[in-house]
Design a protein around this ligand. Structure first.
Ligand code: ZN
Length: 260
């Protein structure tokens, strides 16, 4: 079995990538999807020491919010606690300290936090952590650790999904106006009263089956290729996520091999 990957589109700003998987099946695609969502580790705030919080958010709410702010993750510098040399006691290789102090009226943004590791900071600077009224204060010290999405979704590096590649055939269309009007995702447009198929929109469309129902002139078949979409939350790049998921898959296979 030789698997080929063909990049369809990458939007760096959105952090998304769509690619075509050829020469494989849904079992493999789903394995990669699950490894991404549940196994690829990232850094996230796990402990919060609150010295001062007079904002309107309860301490628990504040801690929850801080836990969900994505942290740029350097997988080479950090270990999962259970795999660290310190045996889980906590050291610079498995824990990251981030402090956040604010006393100005208005929003407290993630960008105001100071990380002990300049490579690993909150990804989105304009993400609000809390809001302060005058004379209210925030002073917290956070400890971020590597974790996996299967334990808590805050450690998930992104969102992944896949579907089979549709092949649309346009024959004698009876109601081109109707199809074009219902085509809110731009797959079909009307040009000189003729229905035009915009191939590049097909990969994003969720209405393919609907078009076939609308008009008998449109038929849909599915190829053996799989359209795979990955959107990262910012902790890791798409390439890092996919490479790490492949590494984990190899580790798991080797572990299984040893048991046989
Ligand atoms: Zn350690």
């Amino acid at each position: 079995m030789s698997i080929k990957i063909e990049k369809i589109r990458e939007e760096k700003k959105k952090g998304s990538i769509i690619f075509l998987l050829k020469g494989t099946n849904e079992v493999f695609a789903n394995t990669i999807r699950r490894l991404i969502v549940e196994e690829v580790p990232t850094l996230a705030v796990e402990d919060v020491e609150i010295k001062d919080n007079s904002s309107s958010l309860y301490d628990e709410m504040l801690a929850l919010r801080l836990g969900l702010i994505p942290i740029k993750t350097d997988l080479k510098s950090y270990n999962l606690k259970e795999q660290c040399k310190c045996a889980g006691a906590g050291c610079a290789q498995c824990e990251l300290k981030i402090t956040l102090k604010a006393s100005k009226k208005g929003y407290v943004y993630a960008g105001e936090a100071v990380s002990a590791d300049p490579k690993c900071t909150f990804v989105y600077e304009k993400m609000p952590a809390a809001k302060l009224l005058s004379k209210q204060k925030l002073d917290v010290t956070m400890t971020a650790i590597l974790g996996r999405g299967r334990e808590h979704t805050k450690w998930s590096p992104g969102w992944a999904y896949y579907k089979k590649e549709p092949i649309i055939k346009v024959g004698k269309v009876e109601k081109p106006d109707l199809v074009a009007e219902k085509s809110t995702d731009g797959v079909f447009t009307l040009k000189n009263k003729k229905l035009e198929l915009n191939e590049e929109k097909i990969y994003d469309s969720n209405l393919i089956e609907y078009y076939a129902e609308l008009d008998k002139g449109i038929t849909v078949e599915y190829s053996d290729n799989i359209i795979f979409t990955l959107e990262n939350w910012g902790q890791l790049t798409n390439k890092e996520i996919l490479t790490k998921s492949a590494d984990i898959l190899i580790e798991k296979i080797e572990a299984l091999e040893k048991q046989l």
